[in-house]
Design a protein around this ligand. Structure first.
Ligand code: FE
Length: 147
């Protein structure tokens, strides 16, 4: 299971390679996605907290990338963080999510991206529940749930 040291290592030195990659131009993504999903995933936007029913959804299932449908998180790792964004303690696989240092907005954060298509998902923080201690704070608009 990943921990914060792994996240920092991946952010500094690169994430393990994904099983496959999906590459499209910005115009291609814009044609495929709703304006809201395009803004979050391709322009690194952030949805308003508590703006999605997905925060309160804890039924079993798989959460996939809204852009390329690659499986990213399992409901078993979802928890109520109180932040207003869907929160997970671990990715479904160690190479599903990519990590990147994000020093924007005067903060030092680690950005979480889809490792397959580069979609911006959200950020990772070291204040999650045991045993990983990780909190993946993810925009609901970047996810699609399948059961
Ligand atoms: Fe993706």
């Amino acid at each position: 299971m990943m921990n914060w040291k792994d996240v920092l290592n991946f952010a500094d030195n690169g994430t393990p390679l994904p099983d496959k990659t999906v590459v499209k131009s910005e115009a291609e993504w814009q044609a495929l996605l709703s304006p809201e999903v395009f803004h979050i995933t391709r322009l690194k936007g952030t949805e308003r907290p508590h703006s999605s029913e997905l925060c309160n959804l804890f039924s079993s299932g798989i959460y996939s990338c809204a852009c390329c449908q690659t499986e990213l998180f399992d409901s078993s790792g979802k928890f109520e963080s109180g932040t207003g964004w869907p929160s997970f303690t671990e990715p479904i696989k160690s190479n599903a999510v990519a990590y990147s240092a994000d020093n924007s907005h005067g903060m030092r954060r680690v950005e979480a991206l889809c490792n397959t298509c580069g979609a911006h998902l959200g950020h990772v923080f070291p204040d999650g529940p045991a045993p990983s201690g990780l909190r993946f704070c993810i925009n609901a608009l970047a996810l699609r749930k399948t059961s």
